[in-house]
Write a protein that binds this ligand. Structure first.
Ligand code: IVH
Length: 750
């Protein structure tokens, strides 16, 4: 770089030329940074050029360009960070709260692996750092990329920011060619206090806790800000790897330490649940003096070959768990009870509290679950809190465990105001006035307004655009609130999102004329919406916000039906059987309540069978229904909810409109290498070389669908010794039947 000319010596023409040059260089650097490329300028050079640009502008205010880098902060913020798809997903951890949960965790692992109680299994135990996770990709020893967790599949590109953290090496030696190091970015208590003092002195809002401060500092579009924040990093895991780090978890962490990463000194190898719990207690005692926040202890199976046998559930590994520290408690006044109407129409009571600090966070509302909970009764009709109810005006105990929504634990009756009255739960929807109904055996009351209820429609939309669903950049809950009620831009249903641009331009750019919006931000939004027109089938299903259809069920349905037309066909065909199923359920419930005879059980079964038969259900409906609810992870409750959704004319029309606007991506085609991909497999009888759970998990990992019953759709029956009626049925249907060894040979090496 040539020496910059002194600003006072620049002619107007020179200043103009230099500003143009700076806009081009910094603009290109921004693009590189926000895309997946590594930035082409060093942080220091970037900062220097940006400063130079501002200084010239200060001296020649009239020369400021429209695309000036000093105006880019806002524009860049709208663009956000570039996205990075994780080669190996970044998962979260299941939780344990009690010692019993830890014993159950180790027992589950033994069961899954088929280990006898006497066979030793080693674990590691280490603090659970309360920060945010980060994945660092090194290729040939060079840090080339850093990504946040995001939704676990796709994270944000924060490479430039991560490079400013001193615990993160830019180069490592003797590492595998490809190595993704994962760990936690956090802020120490001392650094947090100093940062907040600085924030306050500058008139800026202080951070609520070190984790928020760490997250806010890492997720800065301007890496110079991150650099000024004292962030730290502990390495505790890895993602993509070209060669294994070690044979054990403990060994792998030692290797990461040798490579120059900070690893937690309290990591320990343990041989049993009792040793894990003992280490947990030790860490808990030291918690206050560690100097950084931790919210529990993470246990991991030590042997990496066992980790890979155990594998993963949808979002959490089977081989690890987080043992959380107990919740934090505080007392405060219950000032009111509000009713929120969710996307499924559920009426959820929310406690409005006199603000109180619980474990460093100010809490002003808490969930009250449902009307029974307020009355002091649990879902089985048993009393809780000794039957004490919550009343407005009460003195109540709030608790908070980790990230979960605060809850009310207890009430102090000695402080109850004399005029406090029992809470009356509404029987009509507070948002649309429709009746709110509660079904027998259900603790939740639902608004019956469906899509005419604005609260349901709005919440459905918020769910639709949420991070785990469509995740449309620049279209979050706030914008939904705004557009929903806007006369010109009406976004009332998901399909409306995809016609927004056309409708807006029919209104001649209403959006870009709004306060806080401009042509650029409207353009960005339309672009972000277009990007999501292509969507994986599982995500699309989850996004619909159908009751009981969570992320996992979305994946299961997508795997089994591959596309919307075939799922729709299965639901349409099975409708009569679904209705018969419900009729049978209701008859059973009525019988259960009314009957009080000795042979009640037999009677109930008889009634149920009769109801199903009486319904005169066509045979194809029955088999479509059985096939649907037999899918592992689906079941009748979700089956009915899906069936009802499609039977509702308005909802169906809305889904049809949406589907027409989208290009839905089918789950990965079965890989040619896996002879079982896409096949439906049933296991029966005793397996001898692995447990049923492990067999099922492996089959699913190879793309097979595992079902509980044999039908015309079954491709393979794996029958161990003692196989009974299923083997017979498979033989009758001509289904390929293998013993365990044949099955293992078939999938060997996959
Ligand atoms: S292991 C596949 N170890 O906790 C599991 N996670 O609740 C990989 N975390 O997303 C995670 N300390 O951000 C692991 N010692 C530790 C951890 C830890 C904190 C975070 C991490 C993860 C979250 C899950």
């Amino acid at each position: 770089m040539t020496q910059d000319k002194k600003i006072s010596e620049l002619s107007i023409v020179e200043a103009q030329e230099e500003l143009a040059r700076l806009a081009a260089i910094l603009g290109a650097a921004n693009t590189a940074y926000h895309g997946n490329d590594a930035p082409d300028l060093s942080d220091a050079e970037y900062d220097r050029l940006k400063r130079r640009n501002s200084e010239i502008e200060a001296a020649f205010p009239d020369l400021q360009r429209k695309d000036s880098p000093s105006l880019q902060v806002g524009a860049a913020a709208a663009d956000g960070f570039g996205k990075i798809t994780h080669v190996v997903p970044m998962l979260s951890l299941g939780n344990a709260f009690e010692d019993d949960d830890v014993t159950a965790f180790t027992a589950r692992i033994r069961n899954f692996l088929g280990f006898a109680a006497s066979e030793p299994i080693a674990f590691t135990a280490e603090p659970k750092i309360d920060g945010l996770s980060l994945s660092l990709r090194y290729e040939n020893g060079k840090l080339i990329q850093a990504a946040t967790r995001g939704d676990g599949a796709v994270g944000e590109n924060v490479t430039a920011n991560a490079r400013t953290i001193s615990d993160i090496p830019h180069h490592i030696e003797n590492a595998p060619d490809v190595l993704e190091v994962r760990g936690e970015v956090y802020m120490s208590h001392a650094d947090f206090d100093a940062l907040n003092a600085k924030q306050e002195a500058a008139g800026d809002k202080p951070f609520a806790n070190p984790r928020n401060a760490a997250a806010g500092s890492l997720r800065q579009l301007d890496a110079a800000i991150t650099k000024a924040r004292p962030l730290k990093f502990f390495a505790y895991a890895w993602g993509d790897l070209s060669a294994p780090l070690a044979e054990t978890q403990f060994g792998a962490i030692e290797r990461l330490a040798e490579l120059g990463f900070s690893t937690n000194p309290l990591t320990k190898r343990c041989a049993s649940a009792a040793e894990l719990i003992a280490h947990y207690k030790q860490i808990e005692e030291q918690r206050a003096t560690l100097g950084y926040d931790i919210d529990g202890v993470v246990y991991k199976v030590d042997a990496l070959d066992l980790q890979s046998r155990l594998g993963f559930r949808a979002t959490t590994p089977r081989w690890a768990i987080a043992h959380k520290f107990p919740a934090e408690l505080a007392w405060t006044r219950l000032e009111g009870i509000d009713i929120q109407v969710g996307r499924t129409g559920a009426l959820s009571p929310v406690a409005r509290l006199q603000p109180v600090t619980v474990g460093g966070v100010v809490v002003s509302n808490a969930t009250l679950h449902n009307e029974d909970y307020i009355r002091g009764v649990d879902s089985k009709g048993q009393t809780i809190r000794g039957g004490k109810d919550f009343r407005v005006g009460d003195w109540v105990q709030v608790y908070r465990a980790g990230d979960v929504i605060p809850k009310l634990a207890d009430v102090d009756l000695s402080k109850r105001p004399a005029d406090a009255v029992p809470y009356e739960f509404p029987t009509t929807c507070p948002e649309c006035g429709s009746p709110a109904q509660r079904e027998e055996g259900d603790s939740v009351r639902y608004c019956t307004g469906g899509l005419i209820c604005p609260a349901q429609a709005k919440e459905k939309l918020k769910h639709f655009v949420s991070r785990k669903a469509f995740d449309i950049e620049g279209l979050g809950a706030k914008q939904i609130e705004m557009f929903f009620d806007d006369r010109d831009l009406q976004i009332k249903t998901p399909a409306d999102i995809f016609t927004l641009q056309t409708r807006d331009q029919g209104n001649l750019g209403k959006l870009s004329n709004r306060k806080g919006w401009g042509a650029q931000s409207a353009e960005n939004l339309f672009k972000a919406i277009e990007e999501k027109r292509q969507i994986p089938f599982a995500k699309m299903l989850f996004a619909l916000g159908i009751r009981h259809l969570g992320e996992v069920a979305g994946k299961d349905l997508a795997m089994n039906f591959l596309n919307w037309p075939s799922l729709q066909k299965a639901l349409d065909t099975s409708r009569p059987a679904a209705l018969a199923h419900r009729a049978a359920d209701q008859a059973e419930e009525a019988e259960r309540i009314a009957a009080d005879r000795e042979n009640r059980r037999a009677k109930i079964k008889e009634t149920r069978d009769r109801a199903i038969l009486d319904a005169n259900v066509p045979i194809d409906a029955k088999s479509a229904w059985t096939a649907l609810i037999d899918i592992d992870g689906i079941g009748a409750v979700l089956g009915l909810s899906l069936s009802d959704t499609l039977a509702n004319r308005e909802e169906r029309a809305e889904i049809d409109r949406l589907v027409a606007a989208l290009q839905i991506i089918e789950p990965d085609a079965p890989s040619a290498e896996s002879p079982v991909a896409g096949k439906t497999v049933v296991f029966t009888g005793k397996l001898e070389q692995m447990t049923r759970d492990e067999a099922k998990a492996r089959a699913e990992a190879l793309g097979a669908k595992v079902s509980g019953s044999v039908s015309g759709k079954t491709d393979i029956l794996v029958a161990g010794p003692g196989a009974g009626s299923k083997a017979k049925k498979a033989a009758d249907l001509g289904v390929l039947t293998l013993d365990e060894t044949q099955w293992l040979e078939m999938i060997e090496g996959l």
